[in-house]
Write a protein that binds this ligand. Structure first.
Ligand SMILES: [Zn+2]
Length: 505
């Protein structure tokens, strides 16, 4: 092609594209400066204030920790800030937005601080702990990641961890959201505390002697690896190649695995693949969610906490329209107690509590479908990756929250064991409190392994119905649940006359 022809073609292309380009520029402001602004007053951080931090739109304010903001800006915005009386410092200038985010969230090294553990480091440390105390901790794979097929591990801890025991089981998990890395750090610290504390710390010893504790330090392993390898500190979703073009790791691709559970799935997140909370193609489309489902299938859990960042608030199930969850009083009581034990980063007061929505996230599914008393704790304030000096404090405070949470595994509540009256075999029976449970939650069952169903309740009188196909239904119209501990009930179901006739033939 001759030069003149090439030039005219280029000219034509330029003319054709220019209206589009002008439109694009008017829509997206290109910010090439990273600023630090210190000592931002509280009033500027609220509502329409210039420094209102928003989890889901960090196009301008990247973080706001301890009243110090890191934000992206244009030259004009710097001038505006100065005119408004702020004193911005320019930390970095770059046309590459990702570099600015790395500087803001990782610090001057542009790499994650070593205070944050990679998944490989977490796995290696867990292996070390299991070598030290194989009696206390076992690992099992619950699934693999959607994109890179990495193993997703769960750990079971008790004084005899190789076996499953008929005890209250509690789960702690981290990092459904890749960049909310405090979850992995808190769960890893709990693992260290449990192994080191057994036989030394009376409380830890009691926990492992009487409970089973399950840990999933990282649910979204692929996304967490993007964040903790230095690839991209903004990564929230998993690593799925959503558009199938074979190119992965380009922000904001992926599926939000905390919008992937099958509880009001269509009500949660967005169907926009570029959205921060893209819910994927269908419920349980993501292998990370199926891994958590598999864990819930393997073990009936009593309680669980899922760690996120940020906000210094505990979300519990739920407010649905104007309706609270059937177990609202008990869940709220426990969430409030846990929150009261976790001091905020500013040292002024403790975490807040709030009922969350009823859709697609982990806590409505674990509660509504599986009868687990589940909550999300949004750790820290103003960022997802916190400055390294803030990490030990956030962990220590949340370990206090865990201690408060675990104390509730002692009841009050109802502990029912359902067996076949003839054979003594445990039964997978429906254990129904019809005056509490409504159609918003699935019916609860005793586990097939032990015939056990535990339920945390306020002390008082309850109407209980226990039924199992092939057995006579048992009804307890006025069952008294005591003020302290577990009220234990052994229920031996009689095979029904119909099934007796069938088996007699
Ligand atoms: Zn989150």
């Amino acid at each position: 092609m001759k030069t003149s022809k090439l030039l005219s073609l280029l000219l034509l292309l330029t003319v054709m594209m220019s209206p589009l380009r002008a439109e694009d520029e008017s829509q997206a402001t290109v910010r090439h400066l990273l600023l630090e602004v210190k000592a931002i007053p509280a009033t500027a951080q609220e509502g329409e204030g210039a420094f209102a931090y928003n989890d889901y739109n960090r196009k301008r304010i990247v973080s706001l920790v301890r009243n110090n903001a890191l934000l992206l800006a244009t030259d004009d915005e710097v001038t505006e800030l100065k005119e408004a009386g702020f004193a911005p410092t320019i930390l970095m200038e770059s046309d590459d937005e990702l570099t600015l985010y790395r500087r803001a969230l990782y610090g001057p090294s542009l790499k994650p601080d070593p205070v944050y553990h990679t998944y490989d480091q977490i796995t290696a440390r867990a292996e070390e702990l299991m070598r030290q105390r194989p009696d206390l901790m076992v690992r099992f794979q619950i699934g693999e990641t959607t994109q890179f097929h990495r193993p997703i591990y769960a750990y079971r801890l008790s004084n005899a961890a190789a076996q499953v025991h008929d005890r209250p089981a509690i789960l702690f998990d981290g990092c459904h959201h890749a960049d909310e890395v405090m979850g992995a750090e808190i769960v890893l610290s709990l693992m260290e505390k449990l192994v080191a504390g057994y036989g030394e710390d009376p409380l830890v010893t009691k926990w492992l002697d009487t409970l089973e504790i399950y840990l999933v330090p990282v649910v979204n392993v692929d996304g967490h690896t993007y964040v903790n390898s230095g690839h991209d500190p903004r990564w929230r979703k998993n690593a799925r190649d959503v558009n199938g073009d074979g190119i992965v790791g380009v922000f904001p691709e992926g599926v939000d695995v905390n919008r992937g559970y099958s509880f009001n799935w269509a009500m949660g997140g967005t169907n926009d693949p570029d959205g921060a909370s893209f819910r994927g193609a269908h419920p349980f489309s993501e292998a990370e969610n199926r891994a958590m489902q598999s864990l819930a299938d393997q073990r009936q859990l009593l309680m669980s906490i899922s760690y996120h960042s940020q906000g210094e608030v505990i979300y519990y199930p739920w407010i649905w329209g104007k309706m609270a969850a059937p177990d609202d009083k008990v869940i709220k009581r426990i969430a409030t107690d846990v929150a009261a034990h976790i001091t905020r980063m500013d040292g002024e007061g403790t975490y807040a509590v709030s009922p969350g929505g009823p859709s697609s996230q982990s806590y409505p599914w674990f509660y509504g479908r599986r009868g687990v008393l589940d909550m999300i704790i949004e750790t820290g304030k103003g960022s997802h990756l916190f400055p390294p000096e803030d990490v030990p404090g956030i962990i220590a405070e949340n370990l206090k929250g865990i201690t408060a949470f675990i104390a509730h595994a002692d009841g009050p509540g109802l502990s029912v064991r359902v067996t076949d009256a003839v054979t003594g075999e445990p039964l997978h029976a429906q254990v129904w409190l019809p005056r509490i449970d409504n159609e918003s939650v699935d019916r609860r069952f005793s586990d097939a392994q032990f015939g056990r169903a535990r339920r945390l309740l306020d002390p008082g009188e309850y109407y209980l119905v226990v039924s199992c196909e092939g057995y006579e239904t048992e009804v307890y119209p006025a069952l008294e649940v005591g003020v302290e501990g577990w009220t234990v009930l052994e229920i031996k179901l009689q095979p029904s006359t119909i099934s007796r006739k069938i088996s007699a033939r």
